[in-house]
Design a protein around this ligand. Structure first.
Ligand SMILES: Nc1ncnc2c1ncn2[C@@H]1O[C@H](COP(=O)(O)OP(=O)(O)O)[C@@H](O)[C@H]1O
Ligand SMILES: [Mg+2]
Length: 433
């Protein structure tokens, strides 16, 4: 017999059955959702673990509420909620221990507190608030209390509608050590440079003082011997002695002037007084000036100039100085009764000036050093008529004029020193004679 009680039980059963069905459906849905989450988790976890740098996910408490919170207290609100294995290995904690700590427990900074807070706000909070990536350098303290210098790079991530911070912290101790070493060696180098500059300045001061001391007594010797020479009969013994004194003093004077120029070039570089210059008259003048000296050495000077040469932009005194150096060398290192040729020509856009002598060939290896200060070929080192400065100075002077100087030396033919000067393009071709 079916009474009302039985009917109630039936309908209850039906309700329960449909409830069970609904719950089963829900269970199924939840399980597939859980499965999909599990898969996602495994995928992200794999990324997490691939990283050879420690990886952290922390909570984000938002910007500090006070202007100057205690940095440690503030960072204690950044709770570590997830780390990878590298983080646990490097920090020496288990995963459980590390995820019960906060950034305030593992990060430290040597700067004063207010500065730390400022840097946290500027370098960490501000970029996070703007949705940008941050990058800061700090020290992490591992479980044993060792300091690890790290560069932390990270960004805010949204997980289930909540803002977290994901960051990678790279160990930069080696880089920092290297930076310190570089800084140290840079400071050392700077110190050495300063000491060296002081030494050079002292040496230059000394050289300038020495040159002055050497030049002063030469002036009366030069003028007295010249006066004496003009008063004596040219062939007399006294004239011969006066001539020796005069030439000796003049060559000494030239050496001292070279030294002075070299010292000047070391201090501030030589300077030029350039003007538009015609070379024919200048070369003729130098030839005239040196002919008596060349003839007194029983040598001959040939001047080989074209009718006209374009002008150059040059310092006439410095060009004469170069020519005197080259012609003096040609005389000094020429063969007995040798011929010297001073020649000029134009090879657009350059003017070429050469001094040729008939002396010995300069060895190839010496040619490489010829223009270095104080260099003299081995067979000339005992000579007392030079210091090995003339060619070095000539090179500097020619290069100051944007020219080049070089040598050609052939056995049996002698030596030619050639230098070039650029044609002054603003002026037209003008006759030099
Ligand atoms: N025309 C030349 N022929 C041979 N050797 C030369 C000639 N010019 C220069 N030299 C060599 O080059 C050296 C350097 O020349 P230079 O700088 O003028 O110094 P210095 O003439 O005072 O020795 C000379 O000592 C000499 O050995
Ligand atoms: Mg010389």
């Amino acid at each position: 017999m079916i009474n009302s009680n039985t009917l109630e039980t039936f309908s209850e059963l039906e309700r329960l059955q449909s409830e069970i069905k609904r719950l089963k459906r829900k269970n199924y849905q939840l399980e597939s959702k859980a499965n999909s989450y599990r898969k996602k988790y495994l995928r992200y976890h794999a990324f997490f673990e691939i990283s050879s740098d420690p990886f952290y996910i922390t909570t984000y408490p938002g910007p500090p509420t006070e202007n100057y919170p205690n940095p440690r207290d503030y960072l204690k609100q950044w709770k570590i909620i997830e780390v990878n294995n590298t983080a646990t290995q490097i920090m020496g904690y288990s995963k459980k221990q590390l995820t019960s700590l906060s950034l305030g427990d593992i990060a430290t900074h040597n700067a004063p507190k207010s500065k730390q807070t400022r840097s946290i706000i500027k370098e960490l909070v501000n970029p996070i608030e703007k949705g940008q990536m941050f990058s800061i350098e700090r020290d992490h303290i591992d479980r044993r209390g060792n300091k690890i210098e790290v560069e932390i790079k990270g960004q805010a991530v949204n997980i289930g509608g909540i803002k977290y911070i994901a960051s990678l912290s790279r160990d930069i101790s080696d880089r920092k050590k290297l930076e310190k070493e570089i800084l140290k060696s840079y400071r050392l180098e700077k110190h050495c440079r300063q000491v060296l500059q002081k030494e050079i300045a002292n040496r230059i001061d000394f050289t300038l003082a020495l040159i002055h001391e050497l030049k002063s007594p030469l002036t009366p010797i030069l003028s007295s011997s010249e006066t004496l020479l003009s008063r004596e009969e040219p062939d007399s013994l006294n004239a011969e002695l006066a001539r020796n004194i005069y030439h000796g003093a003049k060559s000494l004077n030239a050496c001292i002037s070279e030294l002075l120029d070299l010292a000047k070039s070391e201090i501030s570089g030589l300077t030029l007084q350039r003007t538009s210059l015609l070379l024919n008259p200048l070369l003729s003048e130098i030839a005239g000036e040196l002919t008596p000296y060349i003839q007194s050495h029983r040598q001959e000077l040939i001047l080989d100039l074209p009718e006209q040469l374009p002008a150059v932009l040059a310092d006439p005194e410095r060009i004469k100085q170069v020519l005197r150096n080259l012609l003096n060398n040609a005389v000094k290192y020429n063969r007995e009764k040798g011929r010297i040729t001073l020649k000029a020509g134009e090879r657009d856009p350059l003017i070429t000036i050469s001094v040729h002598d008939q002396g010995r060939k300069i060895a190839q290896k010496d040619q490489l050093n010829l223009f270095k200060p104080y260099f003299r070929c081995s067979q000339d080192r005992a000579r007392t008529d030079g210091l090995g400065i003339g060619l070095a100075l000539s090179k500097q002077l020619v290069e100051l004029h944007s020219g080049e100087i070089y040598i050609r030396s052939v056995r049996g033919k002698g030596t030619t020193i050639i230098f070039t000067l650029p044609v002054f393009s603003n002026t037209g071709r003008t006759s030099g004679k």
